[in-house]
Design a protein around this ligand. Structure first.
Ligand code: FAD
Length: 303
């Protein structure tokens, strides 16, 4: 690399004891021992190569589907948000995008390119990497419906190009090669010359009527059981408004748990458990988590 290039390249950040509450949409969670925010894929690969094998590794995008416990994370967290935010049109219908790109940014760019079927990404407040892990969906669209290829990196820093056939893809569920993480994807969307930003605005406005948007949450806590809606089961069990500390089941959408400001991860997790138990008692349905829970409970870690 030339001296001129290295002067303009942003420096990757390696932080120690970084509070995960700064990186999750619930704004809770203790500190990660190491928090690495690479600014290039090469820096990421170097970091992975140097990481001792026994250091546990977690990834985070926008933290919009993640509950980090109050004792934090013993090990390393890689945050994708500063990876090069490339969104490149490959041809009339195909687009390549990096894992750290926010889905909302991606949706808007695709609509500008008149690739209207990508508009649903505007409803997902996470990154492309997070959407690939979750098979995130909104407004009738789902992430993996349009994936052509994904690029991954493994623990040794090696890169792989994979196709959807390498994954078992279901509703909010994606199972693929172990110990590989997403660097990006290519998508194919049909051309839709009628697509415009007003469609996105209208979709988001409609959603604002039924969901507590703008409050501290992780979206839907539970997956919808087949043929049922988790929110309806929670509401039917009389749980709207149920509280634990400063965590509360939303009055507007019962599958959202809100942090009113000073909730801890323990408050939220204990409320999740109460909701699950009371829904089983009331309807016999065992709800499955959509939200991912990681980290140590306080006390166990000694923090
Ligand atoms: C208000 C609100 C509304 C929401 N609405 C929707 C909705 O309509 N539909 C929907 O599907 N979801 C919704 N969500 C949930 C969330 O936005 C999605 O699950 C999103 O895909 C998570 O992306 P993220 O970048 O925030 O992932 P994170 O929360 O940071 O991580 C989620 C999981 O993905 C892993 N991960 C992240 N990046 C990578 C990577 N590059 N490679 C490998 N693993 C990675 C993490 O380790 C973690 O296990 C909503 C959330 C909120 C707060």
């Amino acid at each position: 690399m030339s001296a001129a290039m290295s002067m303009t390249m942003p420096t990757p950040e390696l932080l120690f004891d970084e509070p995960m509450s700064l990186h999750t949409s619930w704004r809770v969670g203790g500190s990660a021992d190491q928090f690495f925010r690479p600014t290039s894929v090469e820096a990421l690969r170097d970091y992975l190569r140097d990481l001792p094998e026994d250091t546990s590794l977690h990834w985070v995008g926008l933290g919009s589907n993640l509950l980090v416990r109050d004792g934090g994370i013993r090990g390393a967290v890689i945050c994708t948000l500063k990876l090069p935010a490339a969104t490149e049109r490959l041809d009339a219908s195909r687009v390549a995008v990096g894992a750290g790109v926010p889905c909302t940014v991606f949706a808007r760019q695709c609509v500008r390119w008149q690739l209207g079927p990508a508009a649903f990404f505007a409803g997902i407040p996470g990154t492309i990497g997070g959407a690939l892990v979750m098979n995130a969906g909104a407004f009738g669209g789902e992430t993996w419906e349009r994936v052509e290829t994904v690029e991954t990196v493994d623990r040794s820093g090696a890169r792989h190009t994979r196709s959807p056939d390498d994954y078992e893809i279901g509703y909010r569920s994606v199972v693929g090669p172990a110990q590989e993480w997403f660097l990006g994807a290519t998508f194919a969307f049909d051309d839709d010359p009628a697509a415009d930003m007003a469609d996105i605005k209208a979709m988001l406005k409609k959603r604002g009527y039924s969901q507590p948007i703008g409050k501290l949450s992780c979206g839907s806590v539970f997956r919808n059981p087949p043929g049922q809606f988790a929110a309806e089961l929670i509401e039917a069990a009389g749980l709207k408004g149920t509280e634990r500390g400063d965590a509360v089941v939303s009055d507007k959408h019962a599958n959202f748990i809100l942090n009113r400001g000073s909730a801890t991860a323990a408050d939220i997790e204990s409320l999740i458990e109460e909701v699950r138990d009371r829904v089983v008692e009331h309807s016999g349905t065992a709800l499955q988590l959509e939200v991912r829970i990681i980290g140590e409970t306080q006390g166990r870690s000694g923090e």
